[in-house]
Design a protein around this ligand. Structure first.
Ligand code: SF4
Length: 532
C-alpha cells in the first residue's frame, strides 16, 4: 500500500513542509510540499535524503553496552536504562551531584526538542547545574554581544522590508540561517525588488555569488573590515540622528575607537580594494532600512563577540531597528505572543559569575563554556565531572581539540549517548541507547520560534506552524525509544520527580514571557505528543 503523508523535515531549523511517500511501511520518497506557500515546495538534498537515512544499513536498531576491552555488545534498551540508572546513582553517591553533566548537540535540539527538556529536568533533579550545549561552540558571541551592547525590544525589521542586507561569514543559501524558507528564491526576489546584498566572506560562497557586492577579506579580518565600514559611515555622518539622540549612548567613544580604521589602512590590512570598502559603506549608509547579520564563519575566526558587537553598533547608529507601528518580524504561533516594544533595553552583565575550574574561564549569558568541558572532566578535585549524558551531539568530533575530547570521554566513569548510528562518539560510550529517527516520532515547529530569542537568524518570516504525527513505525526488529524516554525512565528508576520548563524558561535573552514549570507524572509515562 502506498500512502503520501504531509510532514515536516526536522534535520535543520527550517522545518520544511514535506510530502513523505510510504510504501508498505517504508519511506521511499520525500519531496517539498507545494501546498505550503511560505516554502513553495522547497527542500534541500538533506531533506530529500530522508528515505536513505531511514534505510541506512548502519542504522542502530539496538542499544549497546561497552565491554571491558572497549568493544560493544547489544543490550536490551530497558536493561541498558536500568544499568545506567544504577551506575549514575553510584557516581552521585561517591562524587556528589555536580559530578553529572549533560551536553546538548544540534541534532537533539532541533529533531527531538523534548529530549533536551527532559534531560535538563533529570540533571536538575539530581542536583546538578551542569548543562552544556553546542551554543557555546557555535556563535556564543551573538548572545554576549547583545549583553554588552543592549537590546532593542522592538526587534529588527523584516528582511523583506529592508533595502540592504549585510551578511558576514554566513551563507544562507546553504545554511538557511536568516532565510529559513526557500533562501535562493528569497534572495532572487529581494534583488528584483532592488535590495542590495553585501556579503563579507573570504570564500566565494553560493550567497556571495549572487550578492550586489562581495568583499573578500583575509580570513579572520572581518572585524577590521567592519570597523572600516563604520569608520566611513561615522565620518560621512550617515547616522540616524533622531534615533541616536533618543536611544544610543557612546557614539563618540565608538568614533574614537574606530579612528585607526581609515579606509586605506583597512584595505591594506584585510586585502580588499579601498573602492569596495567605500562602496559597501555607501550602500549601508544610504539605505532606509537594513539588516546586518553575522554567521558562524565570523564567529569562529574572529575574537569572541567582536563582529556581532560591531554589527549591533552599525545597526544602532543607522537606526536599523523596527519602529513603533511596524509589523512584528517572525511572529510566534505556538509560543505565546512576543510583546515587542520600540524601546532600548540597556546593556546587562555578559558573564554569569560562575567560575569554571579551569583556565580562569567563566560562564556567560550563552551558558557554560563547552570549550572547558573536556578539562572539567580531566581535572581532579571537587566538582570534577564523572558522568556525562550526550544528547544528540558529537563531542568526539565537534568539541574543540579532538584529541583532548577523546581523552576526556574515555576518562569518564559513565558516558551515555543516544544515537542512530555507531558514530565516533558512540564508539567511546559506556552505553549507546538506540533512538528513533525523525519520521518515526511526532514533530513540531515550536523550537524554531524559540531559537530567534537567542539568534535572530532563525524563526519563520510569516506566521507558520506545523505539527506532524509519526509517519512510519521503526523497523519491526528494532528496540528503539524516543530520546526523552531515556532520561524519564532513569529518573523513574531513581525515584526522582521531573519538572520540565517550557521553552520560555530557557535562560538567555531578555524576552518578556511567562516561565512555566510542569511537573511530569512519574507514575504514568506521558506520550511524546503530551510532552510536545
Ligand atoms: S532545509 Fe533543513 S528542514 Fe529543509 S529539507 Fe533541508 S534539512 Fe530539511
Amino acid at each position: 500500500m502506498t500512502h503520501i503523508h504531509t510532514s515536516i523535515c526536522r534535520i535543520c531549523t527550517a522545518h520544511c513542509p514535506i510530502l513523505v511517500t510510504v510504501d508498505d511501511g517504508v519511506v521511499t520518497a520525500v519531496t517539498g510540499d507545494r501546498e505550503a506557500p511560505l516554502f513553495e515546495g522547497y527542500t534541500c538534498p538533506k531533506g530529500r535524503a530522508l528515505p536513505a537515512i531511514h534505510a541506512h544499513p548502519g542504522r542502530l536498531l539496538r542499544s549497546l553496552r561497552r565491554r571491558a576491552d572497549g568493544s560493544h555488545e547489544e543490550i536490551a534498551t530497558d536493561q541498558a536504562i536500568v544499568e545506567i540508572a544504577d551506575r549514575l546513582k553510584d557516581v552521585v553517591d561517591r562524587h556528589g551531584p555536580e559530578s553529572v553533566a549533560a551536553y546538548t548537540g544540534t541534532s537533539l535540539g532541533v529533531q527531538h526538542p523534548t529530549g533536551s527538556r527532559v534531560a535538563g529536568a533529570l540533571v536538575r533533579a539530581l542536583g546538578s547545574t551542569n548543562m552544556y550545549s553546542a551554543g557555546t561552540i557555535d556563535q556564543p558571541g551573538m548572545i554576549v554581544a547583545d549583553a554588552y551592547h543592549g537590546v532593542w525590544l522592538g526587534g529588527r525589521p523584516s528582511f523583506d522590508d529592508a533595502d540592504v542586507w549585510l551578511f558576514v561569514g554566513t551563507n544562507p543559501i546553504i545554511s538557511k540561517q536568516y532565510l529559513e524558507e526557500n533562501p535562493a528564491r528569497r534572495i532572487a526576489r529581494a534583488l528584483d525588488r532592488g535590495t542590495r546584498i553585501v556579503v563579507i566572506d573570504p570564500r566565494r560562497t553560493e550567497t556571495a555569488r549572487r550578492a550586489t557586492l562581495h568583499l573578500q577579506p583575509r580570513p579572520g579580518e572581518d572585524a577590521a573590515l567592519i570597523a572600516g565600514l563604520l569608520h566611513v559611515i561615522l565620518r560621512e555622518g550617515w547616522i540616524d540622528r533622531d534615533f541616536v539622540a533618543a536611544h544610543v549612548e557612546g557614539v563618540d567613544e565608538l568614533r574614537a575607537a574606530l579612528a585607526p580604521f581609515a579606509p586605506q589602512a583597512v584595505a591594506d590590512r584585510v586585502d580588499v580594494p579601498v573602492g569596495e570598502i567605500l562602496e559597501a559603506a555607501r550602500l549601508l549608509g544610504s539605505a532606509r532600512r537594513g539588516i546586518a547579520a553575522p554567521g558562524t564563519g565570523a564567529s569562529m575566526s574572529n575574537p569572541g563577540p567582536l563582529v556581532p558587537y560591531l554589527l549591533l553598533a552599525l545597526t544602532s547608529i543607522r537606526g536599523f531597528w523596527a519602529r513603533a507601528g511596524e509589523r512584528i518580524d517572525r511572529p510566534n504561533v505556538l509560543l505565546p505572543p512576543n510583546h515587542a516594544r520600540a524601546q532600548a533595553h540597556p546593556p546587562y552583565p555578559a558573564m554569569s559569575g560562575r567560575e569554571m575550574r579551569v583556565r580562569g574561564l567563566e560562564a556567560s549569558v550563552a551558558g557554560l563554556p563547552t570549550g572547558a568541558l573536556a578539562e572539567e572532566i580531566l581535572t581532579p578535585g571537587p566538582g570534577r565531572i564523572r558522568a556525562l549524558f550526550n544528547l544528540g551531539g558529537s563531542p568526539a568530533t565537534a568539541w574543540p581539540d579532538q584529541a583532548l575530547a577523546r581523552r576526556a570521554l574515555e576518562d569518564l566513569e559513565l558516558f551515555v549517548t543516544t544515537d542512530v548510528e555507531y558514530s565516533p562518539t558512540a564508539r567511546l560510550a559506556d552505553y549507546v541507547v538506540a533512538t528513533k529517527l525523525s519520521l518515526e516520532t511526532p514533530g513540531i515547529t515550536q523550537g524554531t520560534e524559540l531559537i530567534k530569542y537567542f539568534h535572530f537568524g532563525y524563526g519563520f518570516a510569516q506566521p507558520f506552524a506545523k505539527y506532524s504525527p509519526a509517519v512510519v513505525d521503526p523497523p519491526a526488529n528494532a528496540d528503539v525509544i524516543d530520546d526523552w524516554q531515556l532520561y524519564y525512565r532513569v529518573a523513574q528508576r531513581l525515584n526522582l520527580q521531573l519538572s520540565v520548563v517550557n521553552f520560555f524558561g530557557t535562560p538567555g535573552g531578555v524576552a518578556e514571557a511567562p516561565v512555566e514549570v510542569i511537573a511530569l507524572d512519574m507514575e504514568r509515562e506521558p506520550s511524546t505528543d503530551e510532552l510536545l
